[in-house]
Design a protein around this ligand. Structure first.
Ligand code: PGA
Length: 252
């Protein structure tokens, strides 16, 4: 049996949080907790760019991967303030989160931009976590599937494959709000995304992994992870506390 296929993927998105002293303490706690229990999941931590180096060094030979929270679509050049996929790879990252709704809305990142960034990341051998999700208004107006479908079709480069792409379904109204969709709604949307991907995107041989994100914590992670078509989680706030994050991991 290929255990990789059955392992859940749990990604921590630290957003703009954390300082060097937090990173070292966090990893000590994390490794102490993680080593004491059975790990039935693949873990990725995406700290801010300033902490990637510490995480990459301290995580070597341990069972976690490191990811960036964004990258530029070009590999090098005159792009003040930006970080490229090549730089993420160079520092030891295996993953990058792209198209997070906070970037789509605050920085006006379009689906096209997300697709260019994903292409660049995939060319560097990074695995991309591509985020999609509807607003509350769109859900209440029965437009959630239409919006998510457009995001998937337009944000995905033709270099995408099952090996390098994971989709994160994050309803925007659930992020940081303490609210989550019903398990039934999560299952329906994940199943819809898988169908869209296999039917409309020829470079997927099989349905890609779909993560759920938005207000995940240790008290709801077990039921979300047990829901059909949920292949893992993208965790924001609750991933900042090593003990809480380890509790979430243990529910996988
Ligand atoms: P949250 O964030 O877990 O704090 O809701 C999730 C995310 O934005 O990825």
């Amino acid at each position: 049996m290929n255990t990789k296929l059955t392992k859940k993927l749990i990604v921590a998105n630290w957003k703009m949080n954390g300082y060097s002293e937090d990173a070292s303490k966090y990893l000590e706690q994390y490794f102490a907790e993680a080593n004491s229990g059975q790990q039935n999941s693949e873990i990725v931590i995406c700290p801010p760019f300033t902490l990637l180096n510490i995480f990459a060094q301290k995580s070597q030979h341990n069972n976690i991967s490191i990811g960036g929270q964004d990258c530029h679509e070009a590999q090098d050049g005159a792009y003040t303030g930006s970080i490229s996929a090549k730089m993420l790879k160079n520092i030891g990252c295996d993953y990058v989160i792209l198209g997070h709704s906070e970037r789509r809305s605050a920085l006006k990142e379009s689906n096209k931009t997300v697709s260019l960034k994903a292409k660049s990341a995939q060319e560097q051998g990074l695995k991309t976590v591509i985020c999609v999700g509807e607003t509350l208004d769109e859900r209440e107006n029965n437009m959630a599937e239409e919006v998510v479908k457009r995001q998937i079709l337009q944000s995905m480069p033709d270099s995408a494959s099952n090996a390098n792409t994971v989709i994160a379904y994050e309803p925007i109204w659930a992020i940081g709000s303490g609210k989550i969709p019903s398990l039934d709604d999560i299952e329906k949307m994940h199943s819809f995304i898988k169908q869209v991907a296999v039917k409309e995107l020829p470079y997927f041989d099989e349905a890609p992994k779909i993560l759920y994100g938005g207000s995940v914590k240790s008290t709801n992670s077990a039921s979300i992870l047990a829901t059909n078509n949920v292949d893992g989680l993208l965790v924001g706030k609750a991933s900042l506390d090593a003990q809480e994050f380890c509790k979430i991991i243990r529910t996988a």
